[in-house]
Ligand binder design. Structure first.
Ligand code: DC
Length: 444
């Protein structure tokens, strides 16, 4: 279970904490309670008499907070400046403050950074509102818990009672309702069902039953990962290349390595018996070459139609699997071709920002990426390429030319017709978070 990541998201009172705590003990994983971290920020804001509407001051608190997770008597505990705050962060006063405080971008950036650092090596159960969508989009298993209001109110009441706090059911209901609204409607990382998540309605389930259900899913996934893994020296049919492609790739890679100092990170994530949709950021015309030569796979890639105007150039890029695509709207026939290639076990390279971003700022990604993945069931591998917009600087080694490959985001085929459009968008957002994570790793 070394690098395993399990995320459990859901609204307040859906049973996340108890489920995550029990599962972490059963599976030998570290429990990461992200809600507790936002509560710690709210507590500090309260204690320092800061106006929760003052975004700048609240964000400054979040970045200056000395937060630490420690295990006390086998249970995870949260410390601010060495002081145990487990009890204080659960008081009704903090519960009232926490949603307004956690909607700020500065606060979320800081907390997500800390959470990712804690989960760097995997081996964790993370619980919260955005752990499967933003913090760890590459999680092996993503769970989304839901429950009806009355079940949630009575659970929260019991939880408070066990801490010696008595609160009226109507007050708790009102707090949950207003937090639901704020957590789901905020602009930054709202509460959403992650793509490919196992949805569990806990209203009428015992805690044992919901833990067993999720544990069974984890065991299934571990088995699936084992069956996909290719050991060193073993031949991976999905990594096979035709002769001319393999030779060209080797030459191009050697050229970029020697002349521009290209370095490739994360190739180990591709040692699996499966094909992929590679999704990369895009800052220069050389990206398809640089990213293409960094992948240990033969890939088909999408190139804008305009590049096919020159016949000689069109023939050349076709040999290297360029597929013409209309940037404004993907035609049905193109989508059909992509799905057929994916169905035949081929891998695709996409630049879902749609156009080059010269500032290297990551733009929003086109939801077509999510559509393709959910329709085909093929995993998305996030890629971050850096340095191509400044090749001259790479030549003089003032900058690094690098390609960083992330772990695959596996979602399977999503059959829920009702919210399919939302699912494409959510998945596309998850990929953007994953590319952002690779960008941070590259820059830090
Ligand atoms: O899970 P909880 O009730 O302890 O969470 C407290 C609040 O923290 C919740 O109302 C919203 C916020 N939160 C968040 O914004 N993102 C998370 N990943 C976890 C919690």
């Amino acid at each position: 279970m070394g690098g395993f990541i399990l995320t459990i998201d859901g609204p307040a009172g859906s049973g996340k904490s108890t489920t995550a705590e029990r599962l972490s003990a059963k599976l030998g994983l570290t429990y990461l309670d992200t809600g507790a971290m936002y509560r710690a920020v709210a507590l500090a804001v309260l204690e320092r008499n800061i106006d929760p509407e003052n975004e700048e001051a609240v964000s400054a608190v979040a970045s200056s907070l000395n937060l630490e997770m420690r295990t006390v008597n086998g249970k995870p505990s949260l410390f601010i400046d060495g002081r145990n705050v487990d009890a204080e962060i659960r008081t009704p006063g903090v519960s009232r403050f926490v949603s307004p405080v956690s909607r700020y971008e500065g606060v979320r950036k800081e907390m997500v950074r800390l959470q990712r650092r804690i989960g760097e090596r995997g081996g964790i159960v993370a619980e919260g509102r955005d752990t499967g969508t933003v913090v760890f989009p590459q999680a092996n298993v993503r769970v989304f818990l839901v429950a009806d209001m009355e079940a949630r109110v009575s659970r929260r009441r019991e939880q408070l009672r066990s801490m010696g706090i008595e609160q009226d059911a109507s007050e708790i209901r009102e707090n949950i309702r207003s937090r639901d609204e704020m957590d789901s409607s905020r602009i930054e990382s709202p509460l959403l069902k992650p793509a490919g998540a196992l949805v569990v309605d806990t209203s009428h389930l015992t805690i044992e039953a919901q833990v067993d259900l999720i544990e069974a899913e984890v065991i299934r996934e571990v088995g699936r990962m084992e069956s996909l893994a290719v050991s060193k020296g073993e031949r991976n049919p999905f990594a096979a290349m035709s002769g001319y492609y393999g030779i060209s790739r080797w030459l191009v890679r050697a050229f970029f390595r020697v002349v521009f100092g290209l370095r490739v990170f994360g190739s180990e994530h591709l040692r699996c018996r499966e094909n992929y949709i590679f999704a990369s950021n895009h800052c220069s015309y050389s990206d398809p070459l640089v990213v293409g030569c960094a992948l240990d796979r033969e890939v088909w890639f999408l190139a804008k139609k305009e590049l096919f105007r020159n016949r000689a150039f069109a023939s050349l890029i076709r040999i290297y699997h360029a597929i013409p695509v209309d940037r404004e709207e993907m035609e049905r026939s193109t989508m059909k071709r992509i799905l057929a290639l994916l169905g035949a076990g081929r891998s695709i390279l996409m630049f879902p920002e749609g156009t080059r971003s010269r500032t290297e700022e990551l733009r929003d990604l086109k939801p077509g990426l999510g559509f393709t993945a959910l329709k085909s069931g093929v995993a998305i591998v996030p890629v971050y390429v850096s340095g191509t917009s400044r090749l001259l600087h790479c030549l003089s080694r003032r900058r690094r030319l690098s390609v960083r490959i992330g772990p695959p985001i596996r979602v399977g085929v999503d059959c829920a017709a009702g919210d399919r459009r939302d699912a494409y968008r959510v998945l596309t957002g998850m990929v953007r978070s994953a590319i952002g994570m690779l960008k941070d790793e590259t820059e830090n």
